[in-house]
Ligand binder design. Structure first.
Ligand code: KG4
Ligand code: ZN
Length: 403
């Protein structure tokens, strides 16, 4: 089967076309088309993501990305001119669905009715969690396509996408140029640590599709803390990759064990629960920075490294405790912060000390938001019989993974 997937929950607009072959347990996924536009450069000026600006950009970019993904898959077949005008009643419904997504409706009407329906079986779309105005763009687009092409709609949870994509294992490239993956079977119970710009969660997965939230941040998300600390240090948005680069540099200059004058706290590391708190460490960096007369590149480097060391120690320690407590057999990492080299390495070291634990880390290109993850999560939901309604499906900014 072929799934069209759409992601617009934050500042990435993404569309992908995935082909699934085989049965449960040995499914192969082929990426037929994949198009993504990151709005990072647009939000950079403001030092964070502005929801209405994100919405405007999604409206502007969805159709060009859709066209690109269809072309890549070889699905873009232009209709004969005389058949284009015959869909008037359906187009009226589409105007209603997209009436609030200014810009998208015009692009939609100028392109979609001019192409033949592609061989897509279903549409998976992120309906939460995320920025509601941004989510509505993808949801509206998916509903409109589902109506026009008469194919089912699968509402998909963004965080489930981050979990699902960690289970992809790339097959050895054959002569074919399209990337192909298998979905690795999971030994349950599994534990997921989800670390992104909006979330920091420890989620127990007792069986496929079931999620129990056992711990979460009480204030800032980990990615948010990276971004805020970067800002304090005068680094550009998004700060995660910037901090990571500087911290790596510092590790090359000052070996482990070097005494630092910039030691930071490890908030909640000894608390009995599985919760986190990152706002205190951000404040500690702020006070530290205020006392420094001139922020030199060398001090930036040292603080970046101390921050990365501190937060990594906390998440590793809490994850270890949660693994012991739950008896989880698989550890799944998900979310944009998993792009961090030091954090990836540290989880590798943790897994080496726990015999029998399977560690699932997504490839770096799948860690930050993309539509492939939504397609994979959508596939599992499709198999489980989940279907969305083109009239009632809504964007849900605070959508939860656990019931
Ligand atoms: O999952 P994601 O793309 O979006 C959300 O769903 O939030 O995560 C984005 C977050 C940002 O806070 C960004 O700074 C962080 O992931 N991030 C990183 C790195 N790359 C991205 N944080 C630390 N190290 C990185 N290399
Ligand atoms: Zn995300």
């Amino acid at each position: 089967m072929i799934i069209l997937s759409i992601e617009t929950s934050c500042d990435e607009t993404a569309v992908s076309l995935l082909k699934f072959d085989g049965q449960a347990g040995e499914t192969t996924v082929t990426i037929l088309g994949n198009a993504l536009f990151s709005q990072v450069d647009i939000h950079k000026e403001y030092g964070g993501v502005f929801p209405m600006l994100a919405k405007r950009e999604h409206c502007r970019n969805l159709i060009p990305l859709m066209k690109k993904a269809l072309e890549e898959a070889g699905f873009e077949n232009t209709k004969k001119q005389e058949t284009i005008t015959k869909q008037d009643t359906q187009l009226e419904k589409i105007k209603q669905i997209l009436e609030r997504e200014s810009g998208l409706l015009e692009h939609f009407l100028a392109y979609i009715p001019t192409i033949e329906k592609p061989p897509i079986d279903t549409i998976a779309v992120t309906h939460g969690p995320g920025l509601e105005p941004a989510l509505w763009v993808g949801v509206g687009f998916a509903k409109a396509l589902s109506k026009l092409w008469d194919i089912p709609l699968i509402p998909t949870n963004h965080m489930e996408g981050h979990v699902a994509v960690a289970l992809l294992e790339e097959k050895r490239p054959e002569k074919k140029s399209q990337p192909t993956f298998t979905i690795k079977p999971v030994s349950y119970p599994a534990l997921a640590i989800l670390i992104s710009g909006g979330h920091t969660e420890l989620v127990l997965i007792p069986e496929s599709g079931k999620y129990d939230l056992i711990g979460q941040t009480r204030d800032d998300a980990l990615g948010e803390a990276f971004d805020k600390v970067a800002r304090i240090l005068g680094l550009p948005y998004p700060g995660g990759p910037e901090i990571s680069k500087l911290a790596e540099k510092d590790r090359n200059v000052r070996p482990n064990g070097t005494i630092s004058e910039y030691i930071l706290p490890r908030p909640m590391i000894h608390s009995k629960d599985f919760d986190f708190s990152f706002s205190g460490i951000k404040t500690a960096v702020l006070y530290m920075a205020q006392k420094i007369p001139t922020m030199t590149p060398d001090i930036q480097m040292q603080i970046a490294r101390q921050f990365e060391d501190a937060v990594t120690e906390v998440i590793i320690s809490k994850t270890k405790k949660a693994l012991e407590h739950t008896g989880a057999q698989t550890l799944i990492l998900g979310g944009g912060v998993v792009a961090n080299t030091y954090i990836r390495k540290s989880f590798g070291i943790l897994a080496d000390t726990l015999p029998g634990l399977k560690l699932q880390i997504p490839s770096i290109s799948h860690t930050t938001d993309n539509a492939i993850m939504i397609g994979i999560a959508g596939y599992h939901r499709y198999i489980a019989g989940v279907r969305g309604d083109t009239t009632t499906l809504r964007a849900e900014g605070n959508l939860r993974l656990s019931k």
